[in-house]
Design a protein around this ligand. Structure first.
Ligand SMILES: [Mg+2]
Length: 352
């Protein structure tokens, strides 16, 4: 055996349950993966998510990893490309691939003794502030959530989840309440595919007047052919999230969008995330990094590439009461990677 691989599931609970257009989340069962070779450890994380009919459950991720681990253990962590090919051939869920890919990069950074952002020559002083999420809720609950975020940290940007099952009147009332509660903060909007074309056009115009910066995923995954109509009539930049998993998803969309939201669980880790960044840039698109119910581990991994992003939405770990990892720190609204080698993530002492 050339490298040893362990994995374990862990539950993370949200301080505030999160509601988006597709439903409510209170907790998730995530998975950590640990590789060991040459006396060096590398850590990665997979978290479950669903987009329309596409679902990557914890059990599915766990089973797929269990099956592939004996094969992977015959490789050395330096054989990263061969490992990626083996994972893609085995058709693992992208979140399972992400966990292994992250662990390989963590290992590599520790092997050379550098944080990944530094290994890649990126500028830690050029990281955009993060946005934090206000889920779909009543106007009063949304106001409370804004106040709570502002008490929690020096927050500069709010991302408001719209696409309410109660329709765009409910969306407008909620986002107006958020605007009133935080008149000076920057606002982003994510509809999570909760609108039709007509609603999307109306809302993009209305939200532009409210001073919102961009709109994410106005139409649901599978309705990309209608994005052109929204784009033509929208004064706001349109980002896709659910419609783009990997770099090859970009070229069919380039005329209908202004940017992409990259998530390690969709891309299958940092390797493909880098390809998406460059594919997007080559097409003149903007780039954002986002998250699902990821802990500090996966968000600190994504943060390694953050100097390359225009927007950062890596806040899921800030809403966890039992995050087993430490890593990124939040300073004046900016999430910063550490100076430790690799991902710069450590397991909390109390959780063993
Ligand atoms: Mg999104």
């Amino acid at each position: 055996m050339t490298m040893h691989i362990d994995m374990e599931t862990f539950t993370v609970n949200k301080r505030f349950p999160l509601t988006i257009s597709r439903g409510i989340t209170t907790h998730t069962e995530n998975i950590w993966v640990k590789i060991e070779a040459d006396g060096i450890e590398g850590w990665g994380e997979a978290s479950p998510f669903g987009v329309g009919n596409h679902r990557q459950s914890t059990a599915m991720i766990q089973n797929s990893l269990q099956q592939i681990i004996p094969t992977l253990q015959s490789f050395h962590p330096l054989q990263h490309e061969q490992i990626e090919q083996a994972l893609l051939r085995a058709k693992l869920p992208s979140s399972a691939i992400a966990a292994v890919d992250m662990a390989l990069y963590d290992w590599l950074g520790k092997k050379v003794g550098l944080p990944l952002w530094q290994m890649w020559g990126l500028n830690r002083n050029a990281i955009a502030p993060i946005s934090v999420t206000i889920g779909i809720s009543s106007p009063e609950t949304a106001r409370e959530r804004v106040r709570n975020w502002l008490q929690f940290a020096d927050i500069k940007i709010l991302k408001v989840k719209l696409g309410s099952p109660d329709g765009i009147t409910a969306d407008r009332i909620m986002v107006q309440a958020v605007r009133e509660e935080a008149p000076t903060l920057e606002l982003y909007v994510d509809a999570n595919g909760g609108w039709n074309v007509e609603d999307a056009i109306f809302m993009c115009r209305w939200l532009a007047d409210l001073g919102v910066k961009y709109v994410e995923q106005p139409l649901s995954r599978g309705e990309e052919q209608n994005l052109n109509q929204v784009k033509k009539s929208s004064p706001l930049p349109i980002f896709v999230d659910e419609s783009c998993f990997r770099s090859q998803d970009i070229s069919p969309l380039v005329n209908y969008i202004d940017g992409v939201n990259i998530k390690l669980m969709k891309s299958g880790g940092l390797t493909e995330a880098i390809r998406i960044v460059h594919t997007a840039r080559a097409h003149g698109l903007q780039v954002m990094f986002g998250c699902y119910s990821d802990s500090t581990l996966a968000n600190t991994a994504a943060l390694q590439l953050s100097p390359l992003a225009d927007y950062l939405d890596l806040d899921s770990h800030l809403n966890l009461i039992d995050d087993p990892f430490t890593g990124a720190t939040l300073e004046q609204g900016i999430l910063l990677p550490t100076h430790l080698p690799g991902l710069g993530v450590e397991q909390r002492a109390s959780v063993t």
